[in-house]
Design a protein around this ligand. Sequence first.
Ligand code: SF4
Length: 411
Amino acid sequence: MAAAFRNEMLYAEPYVAQKSYQLVRLDGSGSREDTQASGVRNRQLFGLDSNELGACMVEVGEPAWRGRQLAEAIYCQRITELSEITTLPKTLRTRLALEGWEVGRPWIIQLFQSSDGTERYLVQGQAADALTVETVWMPEGDGGETGDGSDPEKPNGVDRRWERATICVSSQVGCAVNCQFCLTARLGLQRNLSAGEIAGQVLAVFDRHGVEVGRDRVNLVFMGMGEPFLNYDNFMGAVRLLVEEVGLSPRRMTVSTSGIVPGIERFAQEPAELRPKLAISLNAPNDEIRGQIMPINRKWPIEAVIAAVGRLQLRPRERITFEYVLLGGVNDRPEQAAELARLVRRTGIAAKVNLIAWNPGPGIAYATPQPEAVDAFRVALGDGGIPVYLRKPHGRDIYAACGQLKRTVEG
Ligand code: SF4
């Protein structure tokens, strides 16, 4: 679901971006064309968990425990070529390749770099349609801001420019939800991503930035292209891979939904050790306004969404996030902030509100809120007793959000 992060990033000013973005074509080794040229219909190991990999090994006459070796290689060591998985005997690697197996992890084919360190990627998997999705890397607290004389290139002695970061991950190609302020909605839904295509975005970005699991502070937000709860099984399949195979914590993951009630109800049943945090893209204090800007509200109005959210067993100190994209003259008045505060208080849910000032997108008839209006809204919400955060924009100069990036690069 495109909400907090997506919206703050998506609607960057196109003219600024056209002037300043850098586009880099990356090596596509192991590309779809290469594998197709072999004439063998390739089968991807990436996306299967240890047990499924074990079943594949049994299928080719090997013991099931080889599945664990494979999982260690592709998810922990992040090896992307079958020939380089040296924990498997060479003869087995050769045999697997002849039978059409490959690692098949998605890879970054293009990137945009922002002056603020944000990077946006076009990521492609092995599917025959060659459709791409967007993934975004947002470093925070990078060197130069430390002001303590430390080497910004090597914080804590590590050769890199960031100390913590957030990756925004896509769950579908396009989106069917049709939020009126969102450019991705203009694409419609092209298809769901598989669990491997979702998790693969994360590992491709990990490799680019040398992320070491267990050492580095990286948060994941499932707020890129698409509505994760309309691709629920594959979304949770990806979470399972990232938690159980890669070793990430679900507490460092947040999924945002436009309010798909059956999805929220399923999500509430997930075990705490697997469940990411939840964000609801609310964007209005009442059904009337929400119905205008988010047609999905006619199917699942605010009360139904809130009732479903109320079924979640929150962990200690966990809060639900309500995301609120401020659209100038539509939902940004102080009285609407007061109404929103009443709504959030009435739910009785431990919650906070993330405000995002909308930036214009081509062909979308909304206005950017005035800075004074944003501030007044934030203050009114705070006065109403609601924890409120104003999201700072990331990568505005690269004009590279889901729908926009595909249009500017591929269209
Ligand atoms: S249309 Fe889809 S991608 Fe865009 S904001 Fe709505 S749910 Fe998110």
